[in-house]
Ligand binder design. Structure first.
Ligand code: C2E
Ligand code: CA
Ligand code: CA
Ligand code: CA
Length: 279
């Protein structure tokens, strides 16, 4: 047992060193990603659970580096947060997405656009004003915009500031949705204090769909209904999942069953093609 323990430590530290090295390379590359045109945005539909028509498109960032290839946002977003690059990336996503959305006339088609914002973006000076100005410039009414924030905004550190920013967004007519609901440690009393219009049930529960996951989904729907807000289930891949979620009265569904993240949302008119860019 002693020998095995030492071996495991060596393997662990080698893996750790390799991870550190990859991180350093990625962070270096990420610093130039916006100016080198390596980032793009894709859109994934969120449909009404009953009518199955898109009501909103979520904006997701993509990074394609000529040397490193495609890197998942699961990897580069947390890295951008740590390296202080998330505000720049977020500003790029906001501007690129609103411009495209306006080109397609998404708001005219009765659709909304959902932007992800991490806590750092949200509390960075000028976030609300930048979003307001960009929307106005592209002729998109604030009521057609949703901001998705994760439960971590309920952490104590910036609670007053966060609350103020969310209030400002809401005063403009922008809706707030809580992303990855059920995965963090948010207190329900905080949910009640915050101006929130929907909760997004994390895809891990949709995928599992075992009795515990069903209990969490049903509990989330019940809380949302009592608060008078909507629910969105993400990661819906099968008809069976969609049926169960609709039966549980989830308001909106999102997942590969209804559409993958794409440069051109299927339902809207094709934008002018962008040479050299792909999902
Ligand atoms: P998220 O906001 O929870 O986004 C949902 C993720 O689930 C996306 O992964 C989406 O492509 C994926 N997904 C959607 N439907 C399905 C499905 O049916 N099956 C499966 N297996 N996956 C599905 P993606 O695009 O890799 O993004 C990962 C995360 O990166 C996002 O999670 C979000 O937290 C973050 N992210 C992406 N773009 C942005 C951005 O512009 N700003 C910020 N702050 N974060 C972003
Ligand atoms: Ca999201
Ligand atoms: Ca999510
Ligand atoms: Ca997620």
């Amino acid at each position: 047992a002693k020998g095995r323990g030492r071996g495991a430590t060596v393997v662990f530290s080698e893996a750790f060193a390799a991870r550190q090295e990859r991180q350093a390379i990625l962070v270096q590359a990420l610093k130039g990603a916006v100016s080198n045109g390596e980032l793009s945005v894709v859109f994934q539909p969120i449909v009404d659970a009953v009518r199955r028509e898109p009501e909103c498109y979520e904006v997701l960032l993509r990074w394609n580096n000529p040397v490193l290839g495609r890197i998942s946002p699961e990897e580069f977003i947390p890295m951008a947060e740590e390296a202080g690059l998330i505000v720049e990336l977020g500003a790029f996503a906001m501007e690129a997405a609103l411009r495209r959305f306006a080109q397609w006339g998404g708001q005219g088609a009765g659709c909304r656009i959902a932007l992800n914002a991490s806590i750092r973006q949200l509390i960075a000076p000028g976030y609300v004003e930048t979003l307001r100005a960009a929307a106005a410039r592209h002729g998109i009414p604030p009521s057609a915009i949703v901001v998705e924030v994760t439960e971590t905004i309920f952490a104590d550190t910036y609670l007053d500031l966060t609350h103020r920013v969310l209030r400002q967004l809401q005063d403009l007519g922008i809706d707030i949705h809580i992303d990855d609901f059920g995965t963090g440690f948010s207190s329900l009393s905080r949910l009640h204090e915050m101006p929130v219009q929907a909760i997004k049930i994390d895809q891990s529960f949709v995928r599992r769909m075992d009795p515990q996951a069903v209990a969490i989904i049903e509990g989330s729907v019940s809380i949302a209904e009592k608060f008078g807000i909507a629910t969105v289930a993400e990661g819906v891949e099968t008809e069976a999942q969609a049926d169960l979620l609709r039966a549980m009265r989830v308001t909106y569904l999102q997942g590969y069953l209804f559409g993958r993240p794409e440069i051109v949302p299927g339902k809207l008119a094709a934008p002018p093609s962008e040479p050299g860019r792909s999902a």
